[in-house]
Design a protein. Sequence first.
Length: 468
Amino acid sequence: MSKGTLFDKVWDLHTVGTLASGQTQLFIGLHLIHEVTSPQAFAMLRERGLKVLFPQRTVATVDHIVPTDNQARPFVDTLAEEMMQALERNCQENDITFYNIGTGNQGIVHVIAPEQGLTQPGMTIACGDSHTSTHGAFGAIAFGIGTSQVRDVLASQTLALSKLKVRKVEVNGTLKPGVYAKDVVLHIIRTLGVKGGVGYAYEFAGTTFEQMNMEERMTACNMSIEGGARCGYVNPDKVTYEYLKGKDFAPKAEDWDKAVTWWESIRSDADAEYDDIVVFDAADISPTVTWGITPGQGIGINQTIPLPEELPSEDRFIAEEAYRYMDLAPGNPIEGTKIDVCFIGSCTNGRISDLREAAKIAQGNHVAQGVKAFVVPGSERVKKEAEAEGLDKIFEAAGFEWREPGCSMCLAMNPDKLEGRQISASSSNRNFKGRQGSASGRTLLMSPAMVAAAAIKGTVADVREFVS
C-alpha cells in the first residue's frame, strides 16, 4: 500500500486508466440510484442499446418524491407516480435491487446504504444526488453526480473525474452541551466559505471527530458539499467497525477480520502530506443558525446578524441580497426570530440519534401555538426503531406530526412545502431561495435539537435552555 492520505490510496486502487482529457477513469464500487436522476439515464442507455454492466453493484430506493403523510398508490401527484413507475420498471428490467415503500428497507438513499452496511471503508460510491458525500463518514470516497454520469456508471461502472487536492480539516476538543455535529459543520463552512472547498476533498480529523459516533460523522460529511468540497471523509476506526459489525452487507466470520485489517491499512498515514491543513477548537463552537441564503451565512445563537462592514468585501453583495430576501436586519439578534414551520429530518439529520436528541427537547414540552412542526424519519428502519423506543409518542404528545420516511421538506419535491413567506427552522442542509417549496419561503438551518427548541418557543431559541 502506498504512503499518503486515504483519498490517495482509494483513488489509486480504483483507477482504471488515464483518459485523453487527463482525467482519471475511476471504478465505482457502489452505485446508488433513486427516482429523480435515474429515468433519463436509463432512457439514454436504451437509446444506445446498452445494458447495465454490473447490476449487482447498483441499489435503488425511492425518497425525493414520496409523500410522507399518505403513501397510498397511485400517488395523488401524477408526475411523482410516473417517476415511481419508471424506477420500478427500470429496476425490474435490469435486475437491480430496489427497496420500495413497504419493504422495510426504503428511505433516503444516504440513510439506507449505511444502515444496511452497503457503505464500507475504502469504497468508491456514486449517486445522482449532491449529498452522496455523506458516505465518506466510513472512509469511503463518495461523489454526487449528474444524470449523464449516472448513465456512465450504469453502462461502464466507471466515471471520468479529475483528481482532487486534499485538505485536512482538524477539530480538537470536546463539544459543549447543546452543540452537535451540525453546529461543527456549519461553523466550518461559515469560516472557510461555501466556495472554500472547491477542488478539494475534505478529510475531517482531530479529537472532536474521533469522539463522534457514525451518525454524527455522517452529518459532517453530508454537508462538506455545502462548503464547496467534492467529497468529505473520516478515516475508519473502531467506531466505524463497531457500527458496521453485524450489518446486513458487512463481511462475516473470518472475512470480518480480513476486512478490518485492510480497512486499517487504507487510513491516512501519520506522515501523509496534505495540500492544506486548517485547525479548529471545539470550544469556539456554539449552537449555530443560518440567517441568510447560503449555508455559509451562519452565526452562533447568541450573535447578531452581521453588519455589511463586518464582512469581507467579496461577501457583501450576497449578504445584501440575503438581508432583503430573508427580511432580517443586520445588527439584530437571530434568537427570537419568529418561526412558522419546524422540520426535523433529511439525509443530514433524519437518523435515529438525531430523533433521540430532538425527542429529549420535546419531552414534557409542547409546540407553540401557530407553529407547524413535523418529524420525518430517514428510513423505514429508523421509523421502526424510533417507534420501538416510543419516540413517536413523545413527539406526538408534544404536538409534532409523526410522518413516513422520505426526503420531505428538505427540497420539497413532494407535498411537504412552505407556503408564501413562511419561515422554517430546518434540520436539512440547504437554505437557498425557494429551497423548501415556496419561491419566497425562508429557511434557517440548525441542529434537530435546535429545531425542537424553536418549535416549542415559536422563535429561534437557544437549545442550551433545554439541555441539562
